[in-house]
Design a protein around this ligand. Sequence first.
Ligand code: ZN
Length: 464
Amino acid sequence: MKITFHGAAQTVTGSQHLIEVNGSRFLLDCGLFQGARKDTYERNLNFKYDVKTVQTLVLSHAHTDHGGNIPNLFKNGFKGIITTTQASRDLAEYLILDSAHIQESDAEFVNKKRAKRGEPPIKPIYNQQDAQAALKNFRTVTYDQKFEVVPGVVAEFFDAGHILGSSITVMDIEDKGRKIRFAFSGDLGRKETPILRDPTLIHDIDYLIMESTYGDKNHKSREEAQSQLRKIVGEAVERGGKIIIPSFAVGRAQELIYSLHFMMESGALPKFPIYVDSPLAVNVSKVFRKHSEIQDQTAREFADEMRTDVLNFPEVSYVASVDESKAINDKKGPMVIISASGMAETGRVLHHLRNNIENPKTTVLIVSWQAPDTLGRRFVEKAPKVKIFGEEYKVNAHVEVISGYSAHADQSGLTEWATHLKGRLKKVFLVHGEPEPANALAEKLRASGIPEVHYPKMGESAEL
Ligand SMILES: [Zn+2]
């Protein structure tokens, strides 16, 4: 059998691995490369192999850097099915349609500039119709259900604990009379993430493709992040102002809603309104509520006790319409507003920030990593003034940062998970990581007794 690493090779986005076995070809993931438009457009648009020769695709989870280029695969003549969990399919529906919208508006923006320069327009990588068409070709399986990928390859999903529905894929492969047990970690989560189950420890694997995003770092503990959240929100509620949290719509938003709900019910925080002001976060929360069967035991027990689902309680309002969003402005604090985008670059969160940033009662709470040159990063850097919609505002609000939330396993989590496979494991391929974290993790894995660890380049192939 042969693996070719067509994405997330020596970088963290665009997960895409082509497997060839017994004359069949299938893909593990088909994600979008993310980054500056000039670097990613061509790369996402064109595949490096004949897509028509690929029979099928197995999707590890719904994040756009893993499944976001699926519509383009169909556009290029792929006729197979996408196999994933039910929750991943439900999340992918919202994420892929959202991504189509972004592709369309990006192309529109670029074409305005190109028109001024007299250049021909570019096409979006895919549009809403392409996304809708791709979504009709999904097959869903549960975590304990084996399925045939191609003849000679039987796969099974195990909970990766990274986002709802995320999977580690284990494949039993018969290759010319040889039996191989082969696994793809997808993105691995952390233990004790609210709502999600811990990443599953798998067994008896010969070869492994594994992520390495945080291969050189250990996160602050989840417990510390939760106690920071309680303290910051508690103080802000006492001041009576609005607490604005720019947040990614998938995962982080639901984790915050759940944690605040839990703290209110346990008496750790008083009760106050929570507004979830992001259409995507509203839809994603629906998917979480629909799939309580794959939530962790604490979440299910809490739901039983409260006789409701964990993301639905009297204090929380899911805001979909623009009018409802504007109406939040006239309401007095204390309240929490969870709104996208996560780095405060676009989205409704900008309106809330603009309207409240000069009020000293306001709190801006940053809960995720902020890329350089984003408004979110300016807050992390404690900038005294910021620009929003082209106008300058004084930052009189309290700005707080919690760094202990991450959906990815850290160095010790990854090492512990992989060394559990020691003995039978012959070789690990590290993907989905920049060189520094991947090399640091490779050192750790070798030191803990894994015989061969390789960090493949983009387009590199390996014969097993
Ligand atoms: Zn992910």
